[in-house]
Design a protein around this ligand. Structure first.
Ligand code: ASP
Length: 434
């Protein structure tokens, strides 16, 4: 019998998860059953993906950088990567701002609903404000200081410190380029083999993906707030989702123009990573799968993907920046504020920076939104307005974040002639391979 393609299996897992969650909320005790007996499997699945992230970055980046053979190639690739990342983020924020100004979702919120939302969610919003305050306290160069760890083992104990791991791996890789071949060869061979093992582990984890997403979504459904609250936010949701869809169209368009790959090919290659991003709301947890798909199914040379993708997962968040722009203006509209053009231009800058600063984990975009609101003089209490719908939107924006990283990796690869025919032609994957 022909095996069902992985992305269909994952999709089926998601749909069944939502249905199971809805069913279980219908009778008493159902919620607890899901929380106690189903949710843990989702947690195990996410943990196993996160578990792979640090060793994967270390192995693949060290291998990738040392394969470059000379350092000028690294700086060329680095410059392009950062340049394109910033460009796509600015485009995303601009699309968000344009849409929210045209649709004006904040004007459709009545005074009563606004007060109700603020009351219901003000304590949750408080927590986010506290977290953002901690980030704001640090000096202007703190972000730079944070990139250089004082202890590699310390850095490797926290997935949050991804940039520190990237820094160490690149530094190590550069050292490896600079020593004589007979000395570097055994080290390279070691990381080469290590990398293969990690990729195989990802294949194995992906076997469990349909079950993992089933558990994650069932738990999400039983834990989500009542549907009534969502109704008030329908225009806001529509604006964010429309913007995110436009970003997906934009990515397909530039992939087609620059790499000559059709949207169908691109979609077939990247969809399992997109579905996983949607289910986990975390670019960091999805990173191992994004790497595997981009390298083996979209033909990006490992030299490029191992460099561009981990950096992208941490700093390139187009979906998040678009959402932050829409959310900020939506809150201002709901509070009856008129934002001047200069304030809106300021939002382009702060949302771009805030998305770079957002961690690749669920809800991080909302923490950094506090900073965007603060800069634009919009009441931070407004965070409570969008709380109810944040998780579903987080799922959507994470999907866009991951798609953006994949797109940029293809563009960078193409620009330095490192985009090949994919290794796995039959995208109807057979996990594990061989
Ligand atoms: N969850 C998002 C990500 O991991 C970040 C965010 O917008 O909250 O990419």
């Amino acid at each position: 019998m022909k095996k069902i393609a992985l992305h269909w299996q994952i999709l089926l897992g998601m749909v069944l998860g939502v249905l199971a969650g809805l069913l279980m909320t219908q009778f008493s005790g159902g919620r607890e059953i899901v929380q106690n007996w189903i949710k843990p499997f989702g947690t195990i699945f996410i943990n196993s993906l996160k578990l792979i992230a640090v060793p994967l970055i270390l192995a693949s980046l060290i291998k990738g950088v040392s394969d470059l053979k000379d350092i000028s190639k690294l700086s060329k690739m680095g410059g392009r990567t950062i340049g394109i990342y910033i460009m796509t983020t600015v485009i995303a924020v601009s699309i968000g701002l344009a849409l929210v100004n045209i649709i004006k979702p904040g004007n459709s919120i009545s005074e009563n609903t606004r007060q109700e939302l603020v009351q219901n969610y003000s304590s949750d919003a408080e927590k986010y404000k506290e977290e953002a305050a901690k980030q704001k306290e640090s000096g202007p160069l703190q972000a730079l200081v944070d990139i250089v760890p004082d202890n590699i083992f310390g850095a490797a104990t926290e997935n949050k410190n991804m940039l520190q791991i990237i820094f160490f791996a690149m530094f190590f890789g550069i050292g490896l380029i600079l020593i004589p071949d007979d000395k570097s060869k055994p080290v390279k061979d070691f990381f080469d083999g290590f990398n293969e093992v990690i990729l195989k582990m990802i294949d194995l984890i992906m076997l469990a993906a349909p079950y993992g997403v089933f558990a994650l979504l069932a738990a999400l459904v039983v834990e989500s707030p009542s549907v009534d609250l969502f109704k008030a936010l329908v225009w806001y949701t529509f604006t964010v989702v429309l913007g995110l869809l436009l970003m997906i169209v934009f990515y397909n368009f530039i992939v087609m123009i620059f790499t000559k790959k059709s949207p169908a090919e691109f979609f077939k290659g990247i969809s399992p990573a997109q579905l996983l991003a949607f289910s986990t709301s975390s670019s960091a947890a999805t990173l191992p799968v994004t790497m595997e798909r981009v390298t083996e199914h979209l033909g990006v040379d490992e030299e490029v993907s191992s460099f561009v993708l981990p950096i992208g997962a941490t700093i390139n968040m187009d979906g998040t920046s678009l959402y932050q722009a829409v959310a900020a203006v939506f809150i201002a509209q709901a509070f009856g504020m008129d934002l001047s053009l200069s304030v809106q231009l300021g939002i382009i800058v702060t949302a771009t920076l805030a998305s770079i600063g957002s961690a690749a984990v669920p809800g991080a975009g909302m923490v950094m939104l506090v900073i965007v609101l603060g800069q634009a003089g919009i009441p931070e209490a407004g965070l409570a307005l969008i709380f109810a719908i944040d998780r579903p939107l987080d799922m959507c924006r994470t999907t866009v974040n991951v798609t953006g990283d994949a797109t940029v990796s293809m563009l960078v690869a193409k620009s330095i002639d490192k985009l090949h025919q994919p290794k796995v032609k039959d995208w109807n994957d057979n996990y594990p391979k061989k």
